[in-house]
Design a protein around this ligand. Sequence first.
Ligand SMILES: [Zn+2]
Length: 173
Amino acid sequence: MLEIHDMREHLWINPQHTWEDYRKRRSLSDIKLIVVHDTENNINDIKIANELEIKNTALHPMGLPRIRFHYWINEAGEVYLCNDLENVTWHSHLADKKSLAVALVGDYDKQEPKKENLKILEVLLNKLITELNLSRKNVFGHGELKLYLNFTRCPGKNLIKYVKQYRKIGRMV
Ligand SMILES: [Zn+2]
């Protein structure tokens, strides 16, 4: 059983705005893709990671409403739910409206993902594709979505290979 820490009521929200100020809530059936990201850092405390994202003004001068990811997994393998799945967050440009963001903490150009965390990611992806009526073929690494104008190294060369393997055979490890 996968333990998921539901942080939706507990994370600090940017008082300036919420996701709904920008994009209407969607229904779950609008979700067609699951996008895997890394965080390019080693911040493993969800509250600190959230505040940093809000203060990161690169994406918006007033800061993000809150952390971009729907699901966030730290290096200890703890899984956190950070946003309603119906919230359209900013994480994959033109694919935002139809996709869900799952992030693994770390920089996977520089480090290797831990086997145990790949397993946790796999179990989470399995759960999500079942609940959302998708298939493993709907799971992509962020930088693979070039069609939606995502030109990024995310989620890193050491993680993307497992995402591709998952899409192919439904397993990461
Ligand atoms: Zn990304």
